[in-house]
Design a protein around this ligand. Structure first.
Ligand code: 4AD
Ligand code: MG
Length: 432
């Protein structure tokens, strides 16, 4: 019996004969040689078929197999420093499972729109392969980071009766005759979980009926949301900084191949070290007012171009705090030193990726929170359960939400968030 190997671990089998199970990624032929690029999900390896080493009929057949033909290849693993991955396979036998002709995605350049329409197949290509692996690594590193700090993962529901982040981006669902919404954020429930477990996070899909067609917006995206009892704004800013550094460090260590496929310069990521620069909203506003390319109006929220101008000055994430309460959500606590400002933070990624984190200390006083709900024109009944948290053992607490696809996009050096989720959902896309 010839042992089965995976491409990612072929280096451990130099000199041995192994079988790989995979698909044909690309092929070139030259006289008595076929060069098969075989991918098995863990990587791609060059398999060299010499006419004299295989059955003559098989050699003829291999000339006609198309891209994505499924096959098993048996051969000897040879060290070859010129080859990607440092090894290639000297082929002795090939079993063809399904011979394919006319695979729609070829190694030539296709437009992104065409590729997104073929997303179920495009996921097999090198670039999406590398991005999905980085996404996986980021998710795993995030979970480990919080696990090591004694956080408990307590997930929030997807169907909710209330709005968390304003009413303009709610997806309404007919819930057996009642009105429900797809959640915009797990935060409100995470606050309840934090009162039960102290330090929690939730991590799952969130939904926003974003009509904007930008490189930063999806209608379905993943958010990781830690929430911490007895924590203030400073505590969660520190937490966010530690979290970003830990995850970036883990990707650098464990995803060198993926970063190389994406032509992502690791030096950009190596620069991501504490402490991160910090500005108050007023300081940031003053910079924008003085900037020739900005049409920022003081008192308003920062737009995408403003965020790009602000973050361009730094090689690591920028933390902006103390926004005017008017531009922020109802649940944020006001700064006791200046009631017009919220105890909040937005973290802007470098390289123009925009806001990757939004967070705050929460209003923990029942009467003030009731006031905020009214001022924001939100239906009080829907928040009754949430208000209980301010009736029974209310404590200072704080948390934030990290947008997974924007975070992955920045780390992977991918311009558009639609490439950072397996099946992007946007105003124009629900297929496949
Ligand atoms: O700033 P946001 O709206 O904050 C919240 O939802 C809070 N309730 C989180 C919390 O404190 N627990 O969203 C958080 C992050 C943003 O910084 C951004 O990275 C991402 O979610 N995000 C989006 N990502 C992709 N597409 C969209 N339409 C997004 N909207 C927000
Ligand atoms: Mg925000």
């Amino acid at each position: 019996m010839v042992p089965t190997a995976i491409v990612a671990r072929l280096r451990e089998h130099v000199g041995e004969t192994v079988t790989l199970h995979g698909w044909l990624y690309n092929k070139t032929s030259k006289g008595k040689l076929h060069f098969l690029q075989v991918r098995d999900g863990s990587g791609v390896v060059q398999c060299v078929v010499f006419k004299g080493n295989v059955d003559p009929e098989l050699f003829e057949l291999l000339a006609r197999i198309g891209q994505e033909t499924s096959l098993s290849v048996t051969g000897t693993v040879k060290a070859d420093e010129r080859a990607a991955g440092g090894v290639e396979l000297g082929v002795e036998d090939v079993t063809l499972h399904q011979v394919v002709d006319g695979y729609p995605i070829t190694p030539k350049e296709h437009g992104t729109d065409f590729l997104l329409g073929q997303r179920h197949l495009w996921l097999r290509s090198r670039r999406p392969w590398a991005i999905m692996r980085i996404r996986h690594r980021v998710m795993t590193a995030l979970r480990r980071f919080f696990d090591e700090r004694d956080f408990v993962c307590v997930d929030s529901p997807m169907f909710t009766p209330n709005a968390c982040e304003g009413t303009s981006t709610l997806f309404e669902v007919d819930y057996f005759g009642d009105k429900a919404f797809l959640t915009q954020s797990g935060q409100l429930y995470a606050e309840a979980s934090a009162m039960a477990h102290g330090r929690v996070y939730c991590f799952g899909p969130t939904f926003r009926a974003e009509k904007s067609k930008t490189r930063r917006h999806l209608t379905e995206f993943w958010m990781l949301e830690p929430e911490v009892a007895y924590a203030d704004l400073e505590d969660i800013m520190q937490l966010a900084q530690d979290m970003i550094c830990a995850v970036v460090g883990e990707v650098l260590e464990r995803c060198p191949t993926e970063l190389e496929v994406l032509e992502r310069d690791p030096e950009r990521l190596q620069a991501v070290l504490p402490p991160f620069p910090r500005l108050t909203y007023d300081e940031a506003a003053a910079l924008l007012v003085a900037h020739p390319d900005s049409d920022f109006v003081p008192g308003s929220d920062f737009g995408a171009p403003d965020e790009t101008i602000l973050s361009a000055a730094y090689d690591r994430p920028l933390m902006i705090t103390h926004y005017p309460v008017e531009v922020k959500a109802f649940y944020m606590k006001r700064d006791p030193a200046d009631e017009t400002r919220a105890l909040c933070v937005d973290v802007l990624g470098p390289e123009g990726v925009g806001e990757i984190i939004g967070g705050s200390q929460r209003e923990d006083d029942l009467d003030l929170l009731l006031e905020r709900i009214e001022a924001h024109d939100l239906p009080r009944e829907a928040f009754d359960w949430f208000l209980d948290l301010r009736r029974y053992g209310s404590v200072p607490h704080a948390g934030f939400g990290l947008g997974l696809e924007r975070f992955v996009g920045w780390i992977a050096g991918v311009e558009h968030v639609r490439e950072c989720i397996p099946y992007p959902r946007t105003i124009y896309r629900l297929h496949p």
